[in-house]
Design a protein around this ligand. Structure first.
Ligand code: UDP
Ligand code: MG
Length: 327
C-alpha cells in the first residue's frame, strides 16, 4: 500500500530552465521507481521568460506527482526556495537545482541519512572543473566569512540537501526578508550528515550568476548574520583615534619646545585621504545595515504567485495526512 510510505518532497527552483525541467523530472521518476517512498516534485517557476511554465503545466497534466508554483516575476532563488519550503508537504524535503548539476544518484544516500535520523543531509561538492581563480577566490572568501559570521559555512556546500520536516518548520520560523539560505540552514542546527560528490558542470542553459551577482551574494552573506562588520568599523575608529592622539601629543610637545614649524604637506594629505576613506568605508557598512532595516520594515511578501496547482492545505489536513504515514 503506497499510503504507508513516507512522503519525499522535491523543491526545484527553475528560472528559464525549459530544457532541463523534463530531464530532471524524468531522472527523479526513474530513481523513485526503485525506491520505497511516495514523492512529489514541486517546481517553482521564478518568473521565467522562456516556456518553463507551459512545460510545467503540461507535465502536471500528465503526472500527478508534479506540482508547480509560478511567480509573477523573477523574485530570485531565495524566494523560490522559501515558496518551496512553505508548500512542500513531505516528511523529508530535498532541495535540488533544475540544471542537473546536482546528481540524482545521491538521493538514496540522502534518504539513508534521513532514515538514520539526521535532520539535514548535506551534499558537498568538490571544485573539480571550476577555474583555478574561482576555486582560490572561493577558498579565500570562506576563510574570511567564517571569521565574520557566527554560523559555520562550508566551501562547496549549497542548497542541495535533505531536510526533515522539523528542520523545514524551523526554517519557516525565520521570517527575515533578506534570506541567505546557506547561513540559515547552518543557523537552525540539528544533526547533520555530509555526503560528498564530484562537481558537475551545467549542461543546458546558462548559469544565472554573473560576477557582480556573486560579489553581491558574498556581501549579503557577510552582513546578514551579525554585527561584526560594524564592530570592525568601531575598532578601526578607536585605533585611529588612539594613534592620532599619540601623534597630536608628540606634535604638541614639539611645538611647545621648538615653536611652530612649517606643517608638512605629506602628513596633512595622508591624514585627509586616509580618514576620508575610512569614513566612507564605515558609512558604507552602516548604510548596508540601514538598507536592510528599511527592507525589513516594509514587510513585503517574499514573492507573488500567478499560477499554481498546489492547493493550500489546512493544518488539520496536514496532520491527518501525516498520521497515515510511517515515520
Ligand atoms: N534560479 C532561480 N531564480 C534565479 C536564479 C536561479 O530559481 O533568479 C534557479 C535556477 O533555475 C537553478 C538554480 O536556481 O535551478 C541554480 O541556478 P544556477 O544554475 O544559475 O546557479 P549555479 O548552479 O551556477 O550556482
Ligand atoms: Mg547551476
Amino acid at each position: 500500500m503506497k499510503e504507508l510510505q513516507p512522503l519525499v518532497s522535491f523543491i526545484i527552483p527553475a528560472f528559464n530552465e525549459a530544457e532541463n525541467v523534463p530531464l530532471i523530472h524524468d531522472e527523479l521518476r526513474r530513481e523513485f521507481d526503485m525506491l520505497d517512498y511516495q514523492y512529489e516534485i514541486l517546481f517553482i517557476d521564478d518568473g521565467s521568460s522562456d516556456n518553463t511554465l507551459f512545460i510545467l503545466q503540461d507535465l502536471a497534466d500528465q503526472f500527478e506527482e508534479v506540482k508547480y508554483i509560478s511567480f509573477t516575476r523573477n523574485f530570485g532563488k531565495e524566494a523560490a526556495l522559501l515558496a518551496g519550503l512553505e508548500h512542500a508537504k513531505g516528511d523529508a524535503i530535498i532541495i535540488i537545482d533544475a540544471d542537473l548539476q546536482h546528481p540524482v544518484s545521491l538521493i538514496p544516500d540522502m534518504l539513508e541519512g534521513f532514515e538514520e535520523g539526521f535532520d539535514q543531509v548535506i551534499a558537498q561538492r568538490n571544485r573539480k572543473g571550476d577555474s583555478k581563480l574561482r576555486t582560490s577566490l572561493s577558498k579565500l572568501y570562506y576563510v574570511i566569512i567564517n571569521k565574520l559570521v557566527d554560523v559555520d559555512l562550508k566551501n562547496g556546500v549549497g542548497d542541495f540537501r535533505l531536510l526533515s520536516r522539523r528542520a523545514v518548520d524551523a526554517m519557516l520560523k525565520l521570517k527575515e526578508g533578506n534570506r541567505f539560505s546557506k547561513g540559515l540552514f547552518s543557523w537552525i542546527g540539528y544533526d547533520q550528515k555530509i555526503i560528498h560528490y564530484e562537481n558537475v558542470q551545467r549542461q543546458k542553459g546558462d548559469s544565472k550568476w554573473s560576477l557582480s551577482g556573486l560579489v553581491n551574494y558574498g556581501i549579503d552573506g557577510m552582513i546578514s548574520f551579525n554585527l561584526k562588520p560594524l564592530r570592525i568599523c568601531l575598532y578601526m575608529g578607536i585605533s585611529i583615534l588612539l594613534l592620532s592622539l599619540v601623534y597630536i601629543t608628540i606634535m604638541f610637545v614639539q611645538v611647545f619646545r621648538e615653536g611652530v614649524s612649517v606643517p608638512g604637506y605629506f602628513t596633512t594629505i595622508s591624514a585627509v585621504l586616509f580618514l576620508g576613506g575610512l569614513h566612507l568605508f564605515s558609512l558604507g557598512i552602516i548604510g548596508e545595515y540601514i538598507g536592510r532595516i528599511y527592507y525589513e520594515a516594509k514587510q513585503r511578501p517574499h514573492y507573488l504567485v500567478q499560477d499554481t496547482n498546489v492547493r493550500e492545505e489546512s493544518q488539520e489536513e496536514r496532520n491527518e495526512a501525516a498520521r497515515y504515514r510511517v515515520h
